[in-house]
Design a protein around this ligand. Structure first.
Ligand code: TYD
Ligand code: MG
Length: 421
């Protein structure tokens, strides 16, 4: 049950508008050409620009969703600093932290950087608003007229027009509606923070997805430094680009060339490790997949994943069992993607399967080998896109031999090739 604001019933009978004030239906030929061009503003981060499709579109509303602690506030503070140091006014609504806390963070993030000077002189344009009432925020924003606004977070806001608590579906939706309406009316580029839980189930950000222009998901392992930004929806750009960041003591830093960072720690000669050639948008990345296969003591052996879906593991172990002759039915299988990277591309299938087979046979894969290819239910290795680019990148990073659909037709033959004496 979701609480709603009761709106006035519009008295117009059908057709009144057309007869009284003229219809608002327009013919294509009558639409004015004089549209404002999509104005793109740089975010100060090449990675973020790329993910957004070439910078922020002015007046757009972006939902930044992620688990607590992933770095949403850090990234948006950096963004606010960048925009604010360019002499356009920025309003940062802080529902979660005190203004003093944020000041400390701003100082830490700008120490020794070029924005430090800009923020110290009079050109400073960074405004903070510790406020939880969305209607108050709208009023303040109307008075200040910022060009850029951050709302951290939507779960802390509420309106007096509803009785539900902040964070409830009704409040989250109504608050977002009011902020979006403000953004469009005053042409304020708005970034809204939305928390998601580990399961991604919380109603908050989910109900907002269709209302905002862009949904930007921020992910990453808590105990790893890598962070990934990916758009799940983007009205102004592609949705397959990934921004890679490193969380450092100086904030979120761009990782300009991420293709090699996830294979830096690969230990050669250890069974259970395989390197996959993946694509993230238009960029190739090499990722290490690790697997551990051990005799199970349980009636129902364990299947544990980190960075790949459980479904994927189950399908691939079934294929390995039936098509490649591995008896996995009584064994626990653990699969992990190094670096906290999340693999969604089917092109990783062959590497996942071979990491499992490598641990099963207790034989390491030759360190110069990288794998690419989708594995079908019949055990066939299927084609994936952009094989050439993947191979080129793998060779550049020292993987002399890439095994994919062009080299081998079935997973079984790959197993033979890699693990037969
Ligand atoms: P934060 O942006 O507060 O996360 P969120 O808003 O998504 O909940 O960042 C949380 C973590 O980031 C925190 O554990 C500390 C770390 N961090 C750094 O490593 N470097 C920094 O410069 C900052 C500001 C935070
Ligand atoms: Mg935060």
């Amino acid at each position: 049950m979701v609480e709603e604001v009761k709106t006035e019933v519009r008295g117009n009978k059908r057709g009144t508008r057309a007869t009284q004030g003229g219809s608002r239906v327009v013919k294509l030929s009558e639409v004015s050409r004089d549209v404002k061009n999509e104005v793109r503003v740089t975010t100060g981060s090449d990675e973020l620009n790329r993910v957004l499709g070439g910078g922020m579109v002015s007046g757009s509303v972006v939902l930044v969703a992620g688990e607590p602690g992933v770095g949403k506030s850090t990234l948006l503070t950096q963004l606010a600093i960048h925009v604010g140091s360019k002499t356009s006014s920025v309003l940062y609504v802080c529902g979660e932290e005190s203004v003093e806390q944020i000041k400390l963070r701003v100082e830490r993030l700008t120490r020794g950087k070029k924005e430090e000077a800009a923020l110290k002189n009079e050109a400073e344009n960074l405004y903070f608003l510790p406020e939880l009432n969305v209607d108050q925020i709208v009023m303040e924003a109307e008075a200040l007229k910022p060009t850029f606004m951050v709302v951290d977070s939507i779960q802390t806001l509420s309106t007096g027009d509803l009785t539900g608590m902040a964070g409830s579906v009704g409040q989250v939706r109504e608050s977002a509606l009011r902020l979006i309406e403000l953004a469009k009316r005053e042409n304020i580029t708005t970034f809204i923070v939305g928390h998601v839980t580990k399961e991604g189930t919380i109603a908050g950000p989910k109900v907002l997805e269709h209302m905002v222009d862009v949904v930007l998901n921020l992910t990453g392992d808590e105990d790893r430094q890598w962070r990934f930004a990916k758009t799940q929806k983007n009205r102004f750009g592609p949705i397959d680009e990934v921004g890679v960041f490193e969380m450092t003591e100086k904030g979120m830093e761009d990782v300009a060339n991420p293709s090699g960072v996830f294979v830096e720690e690969v230990q050669s000669g250890v069974p259970g490790s395989a390197v996959a050639c993946l694509m993230e948008g238009t960029r190739p990345v090499l990722v290490e997949i690790q697997a551990l296969v051990v005799e199970s003591t349980l009636a129902m052996p364990r299947r544990v994943v980190n960075g790949v879906s459980l479904n994927k593991l189950q399908v691939l172990s079934a294929v390995l069992q039936k098509r490649c002759g591995l008896s996995l039915g009584t064994r626990d299988i653990f699969v992990n993607v190094a670096g906290g990277y999340r693999v969604t591309e089917p092109a990783a299938d062959l590497a996942i399967a071979m990491a499992i087979a490598s641990s099963y046979y207790n034989k390491a894969i030759d360190p110069g080998v990288a794998l690419v290819g989708e594995v079908g239910l019949l055990g066939e290795v299927r084609r994936v896109g952009m094989v050439k680019r993947r191979k080129t990148e793998a060779k550049k990073l020292g993987f002399a031999r890439v095994i994919g659909p062009e080299e081998e037709k079935t997973a079984r033959s790959v197993v033979k090739k890699l693990f037969a004496k």
